[in-house]
Design a protein around this ligand. Structure first.
Ligand code: ZN
Length: 456
């Protein structure tokens, strides 16, 4: 059976007629702070999300984790197939507050946009999907298929407890496909389909060489210097040609396929845009642009020093021999690499290089995962977007950032598709975060088509 435009006229009319109510509901959710990093309002926000689902006939559970609770909602539908929505209710800190034009937790509308912390990332995605649910229920009294929501509260702080939660609740979370928390259009208004996320293994490397900092005239020639020990250790991790020197690091990596190259070849070249946007003169490893640059950007493992701390960095000079030094290092990891193995290899390498005094603290992360670009569910999400966005959705095989998609893809064995209301000026994580209300409506209309198409 084929769906035609007219099949959605009732749903679309409902979504338009009740749009203001949905935006008002989103505004109430944004007004409830839920800043994970500051442990501010987490339980209250989880309960609010639970009530929003309950109101729509979902069976709701608010389950504890080692950190912020997870909200689960489930409502049966006509078909036995189950679609899952993954969202999160936590938000990034709003600071610096003085850069906001209106207060971050007092959502306000202007020029077709709604501003507020979390309005795009990720509360707007959640409420626009609930708006879809309302429209489907209004049309038919029931949903076309089973729908599950998993709404976590630790996405912005690394989803530390989510993978274990998923493993422990596999049966409860069983579903056939998943719509991810985000998505949106690029600067050309083209909707994007991000098929995978690179993994990350974030560590802090630290060393303590003495109980206290020492006068450098006293200790300089006879005591070990923590800053130097750390610098030497870091120097063994990567060579100037960007190769990670930890033995075994590249073993088991799944290389990009010919299809990945083909999909990237269909994308505009990003080289010039990156040069202007970031003020860089060129790229590493002799890369100049095109498919090779895009493949390297998202498929290759990295070793990034994110920050270094030691000794004295204030005004003037201070002759001191630092007793402590530490570095935050993020390893983006490729498909096929695991956190456990990376941590073992890193330890073995530091030991073998004479740095068993360097402590490794794992700060969080997860492996890379992705969905096959040619999976039928991806086709459904992509095809149903075209009518609404008036443009073909573009397939991006992988993005360089990270997120907890691995347990969804590999533990729950589901295809994961992205879809959403983001736009290039959404300012997620930054002051004046906003959504475009036209895209909010488009996303809700898109999800109605995905839900009905999926049920068939
Ligand atoms: Zn975020």
């Amino acid at each position: 059976m084929e769906f035609h435009l007219s099949d959605y006229s009732k749903i679309d009319s409902y979504l338009i007629a009740h749009l203001d109510e949905s935006i008002a509901e989103l505004s109430r959710l944004v007004a409830q702070p839920s800043v994970g990093a500051q442990n501010w309002g987490m339980q209250a926000c989880a309960e609010m999300v639970g009530e929003m689902l309950q109101k729509r006939g979902f069976t709701v559970e608010i389950l504890p984790t080692g950190g912020a609770p997870v909200v689960l909602g489930e409502r049966k539908g006509k078909s036995d197939k189950t679609l899952m929505f993954y969202n999160h209710y936590d938000v990034q800190p709003a600071e610096p507050l003085d850069l906001w034009e209106t207060p971050p937790f007092e959502p306000s509308q202007r020029d077709g946009k709604l501003y507020g912390r979390g309005v795009s990332d990720d509360k707007g995605h959640l409420t626009s999907r609930l708006h879809t649910i309302d429209a489907l229920l209004a049309e038919d009294g029931e949903l076309p298929c089973n729908v599950k929501f998993i709404v976590e509260g630790e996405e912005e702080t690394g989803s530390m407890h989510l993978p274990k939660f998923i493993t422990a609740n596999k049966e409860k979370l069983a579903a056939d496909a998943c719509i991810w928390e985000f998505g949106g259009v690029d600067h050309r208004e083209v909707p994007m389909q991000y098929l995978g996320l690179r993994g990350i293994c974030y560590v802090e490397l630290s060393i303590e060489t003495a109980a206290i900092d020492v006068h450098s005239g006293l200790g300089g020639s006879i005591f070990a210097n923590a800053a130097w020990r750390l610098v030497w250790a870091l120097n063994t991790l990567k060579s100037p040609d960007e190769k990670i020197l930890i033995p075994g690091w590249y073993e088991g990596i799944i290389p990009p396929t010919a299809r990945d190259r083909e999909l990237f070849a269909a994308q505009p070249d990003v080289a010039d845009e990156y040069k202007t946007q970031f003020g860089v003169k060129g790229f590493l490893k002799g890369l100049t642009g095109g498919v090779d640059l895009q493949i390297a950007e998202v498929f290759e493992p990295t070793c990034t020093i994110c920050g270094l701390t030691s000794g004295y960095q204030g005004l003037g000079s201070k002759t001191v021999l630092p007793a402590r030094a530490s570095a935050k290092v993020d390893f983006r990891i490729a498909l096929g690499q695991t956190i456990e193995r990376c941590l073992v290899l890193l330890r073995q390498h530091l030991d073998a290089q004479g740095f068993s005094d360097i402590e490794i603290k794992f700060m969080g992360g997860g492996p890379a995962a992705r969905t096959d670009p040619d999976h039928p569910f991806i086709k459904l999400v992509v095809d149903s977007a075209e009518e609404i966005f008036e443009s073909k959705m573009e397939l991006i095989p992988m993005v360089g950032g990270s997120g907890p998609n691995y347990p969804f893809v590999h533990e729950l064995n589901m295809p994961v598709a992205t879809a959403g209301l983001g736009h290039p000026d959404s300012r997620a994580h930054a002051p004046n975060e906003n959504i475009r209300i036209d895209l909010y409506l488009k996303h809700a209309r898109h999800m109605a088509r995905v839900l009905k198409g999926f049920a068939q």
